[in-house]
Write a protein that binds this ligand. Structure first.
Ligand code: HMG
Length: 433
């Protein structure tokens, strides 16, 4: 079904109304959505997934809108606890959509298995011998994962590395198709170890995947007409130039690059979690890649090209759409139904695009009015809840503290007590909102 991800004003609806709109647009029943997203996981099932379970832990599940990747529209599920992240991603995706949307491509889903050898008596000769048996070793690796072979995946090659002091490491490159691949890759690593030991003469050490999946990269490019960036009293050209300068700052300074990438991971991680993927694996791989030349660098950079702002993102991303939590977590399964991708690489392209949108939204705010107005306006609701507001009180307390420009717990408690005591002071929000 051809989807349209442009749902203006969706955020102004109630949760029930949003479910109606989403259900109709996505061809999913409201009751399925409700069942999957109210909790997503019962304690009894959770107890079968990890150990020492005493309950479950919920986070907000939301939809990012306006996402167009390679000419197709996607509704991107996001699980995140931080206010303004979803609004920001949808906002920037809308601007990027104005320039034709995200253009993305991804490598084949190839993960690396590492087999460590220690105390190899003659590392140079061992490396040569191992390389000379690469065909046999690949076939042996394939034999460990017959199901993957049937699905078109398998071992694509090996690499042998001499790490010095008698330590040799053999890499197996495994195409995991639509799986994230950790179990498959570990199965290969363990299954080939004995033969590797015979060939090298060393002692077998670790047999495990590498989360630095730099053969499984995704790239996203976006062109945003400067005019689409204008707003809050700033003309588009000035915003574009401010974003380019912000990008250069991150390229030169690891302190800034870290926060730049945090803003990007706001969106990327949220999609990773909503689709039941392993965000620790993604995080470790992405940050190792960001520091690959010895300096920690931004994963997405922005340049001016004529009147346009052009963004380019590249990062390693190991996501799956089969196996793992998608089998046992109703919320994760719903996340996958909503995003509606047909392959793990397609999911990687959508998730990375949402990451790029998050990065752009934050830079646009930082390069103009600052982050606080947009972020704190939405954060005010969490502060109101923390102060004890419930139901309709939440919006009223949030609006009062936001209007006063005083978004903190003490101000929220005061506003709540005034509201409950009938002494609510109505304060208009700051100009421009
Ligand atoms: P705005 O200009 O007031 O929004 O922006 P608007 O009312 O003009 O609406 C524009 C679009 O934004 C809407 O389109 C929605 O898509 C979306 P429409 O539906 O009208 O066609 N939108 C919303 N979506 C859901 N709920 C909402 C909502 N409001 C607008 N309530 C906005 C307001 C917050 C979007 C803007 O100020 C913004 O993008 N700010 C950036 C906020 C941000 O980046 N937050 C992330 C947390 S900060 C952080 O952790 C990272 C950081 O340190 C990274 C770094 O340093 O690089 C900053």
């Amino acid at each position: 079904m051809e989807r349209n991800s442009r749902w203006p004003g969706f955020y102004k609806l109630s949760i029930e109304e949003r479910r109606q709109v989403a259900a109709e647009a996505l061809g999913i029943s409201v009751s399925d959505m409700q069942q999957a997203l109210e909790g997503g996981l019962q304690s009894e099932r959770a107890d079968k997934i990890i150990e020492n379970v005493v309950g479950t832990f919920s986070l907000p599940f939301a939809l990012a809108l306006n996402v167009t990747v390679n000419g197709s529209d996607y509704i991107a599920p996001m699980v995140v606890e931080e206010p303004s992240v979803v609004a920001a991603a949808s906002n920037a995706a809308r601007m990027i959509r104005g320039g034709g949307g995200f253009e993305a491509d991804a490598d084949d889903p190839v993960m690396t298995a590492q087999v460590q050898l220690d105390e190899v008596p003659d590392p140079v000769a061992a490396c040569e011998r191992l390389r000379g048996h690469s065909g046999e070793l690949c076939a042996l690796g394939d034999a460990q994962v017959p199901g993957l072979l049937r699905r078109g995946g398998g071992v694509r090659g090996i690499e042998v590395r001499d790490l010095g002091d008698g330590m040799v490491v053999v890499h197996f490159f495994v195409d995991c198709r639509d799986a994230m691949g950790a179990n498959l890759v570990n199965t290969v690593a363990e299954g080939v170890a004995t033969r590797i030991q015979e060939l090298s003469g060393g002692e077998i050490g670790l047999r495990i995947l590498s989360n630095l999946c730099d053969r499984r990269k995704v790239r996203v490019r976006a062109r945003v007409p400067a005019a689409s960036l204008a707003g809050n009293g700033f003309d588009g050209a000035r915003v574009r130039d401010g974003i380019v300068k912000a990008s250069r700052f991150a390229e030169r300074d690891p302190y800034r690059a870290t926060t730049h990438n945090k803003g990007l991971m706001n969106g990327l991680d949220a999609v990773v979690i909503a689709t039941g993927n392993d965000w620790r694996a993604v995080e470790s791989g992405v940050h190792a890649y960001a520091a690959r030349d010895g300096q920690y660098r931004p994963l997405c950079v922005w340049r001016g090209e004529g009147d346009d702002l052009v963004g380019e993102l590249e990062l390693p991303l190991s996501l799956g759409i089969v196996g793992g939590p998608s089998r046992v977590h109703d919320g994760a399964r719903m996340g996958l139904r909503i995003v509606g991708v047909e392959s793990a690489t397609e999911l990687a392209m959508v998730a990375a695009s949402v990451g790029m949108a998050s990065n752009l939204a934050a830079l646009r705010a930082l390069a103009t009015e600052g982050i606080q107005r947009g972020h704190m306006a939405l954060h005010a609701r969490s502060v109101a809840i923390a102060a004890g507001a419930t139901g309709a009180e939440v919006e009223r307390v949030a609006s009062t503290i936001h209007g006063k420009g005083d978004i903190n717990l003490a101000a929220a408690e005061q506003a709540l007590s005034a509201l409950r005591g009938g002494r609510e002071q109505v304060v208009a929000p700051p100009p421009g909102e």
